[in-house]
Write a protein that binds this ligand. Structure first.
Ligand SMILES: [Zn+2]
Length: 207
């Protein structure tokens, strides 16, 4: 068996051009040396994210490739594609981006894996942008609750906080916002809040 790090590196650099509309689709894959350095840095700077990446890579077949890219514009950290590729803007691993600490990067990562799960389980004809985003948020909540069950509440608390913040956006052209506006009104969201209140140490922001 190949060492995990070299497997991840192969995942991160074997990029093939893809047709997709997201901005990250036009981004340029970084070279192997850059990808290696960024992944190595993430083991120190974002250890929870790196652990989540290893877990998914070992336990799932959903993630076929993680492609580290350098995007001209900063349009957010990541994007997922129906062929099992997740693209991650290498800047988010190279240096801390505002609002994206290790906990948030775990949430982002599981959000993208949630998209891959949606692509795998929902036929093309039945997919909608809103349901796709909702599935991704739901998946990240489920996965980060597993982490909380195992003793680390940070990612779940970060996810709940940023989902509520983003739901307050008025940008209804964004399916993330539309999905969140209904999610935060629903009992499932309140259940996660209640879980945090009962099982997690209170965070500085009330989550
Ligand atoms: Zn999404």
């Amino acid at each position: 068996m190949k060492p995990l790090f070299s497997t991840l590196l192969a995942l991160a650099t074997s990029a093939a051009p893809l047709a997709a509309s997201a901005q990250l689709a036009q981004a340029t894959p970084v070279d192997t040396v850059t990808a290696r350095a960024a992944l190595l840095a993430s083991t120190r700077q974002y250890p929870k994210f790196y652990r989540a990446l290893c877990t998914v890579q070992q336990q799932h077949t959903l993630l076929r490739k993680l492609v580290l890219v350098r995007n001209g514009r900063n349009d957010g950290p990541a994007a997922a594609f129906p062929n099992g590729v997740v693209r991650l803007d290498v800047r988010y691993l190279e240096s801390p981006q505002p609002g994206f600490d290790d906990n948030r990067m775990v949430v982002v990562f599981y959000h993208e894996i949630g998209h891959l799960h949606y692509f795998r389980t929902v036929p093309v004809a039945r997919r909608t942008a809103d349901a796709n985003e909702r599935a991704a948020f739901d998946y990240s909540l489920q996965m980060t609750q597993h982490l909380a069950d195992a003793g680390d509440c940070g990612p779940l608390q970060a996810g709940l906080r940023f989902m509520l913040l983003r739901s307050q956006s008025s940008n209804l052209a964004d399916p993330h916002v539309r999905a969140l506006q209904s999610l935060v009104q629903e009992p499932a969201y309140a259940d996660y809040r209640r879980y945090v209140a009962q099982h997690c140490p209170p965070g500085p922001t009330g989550f």
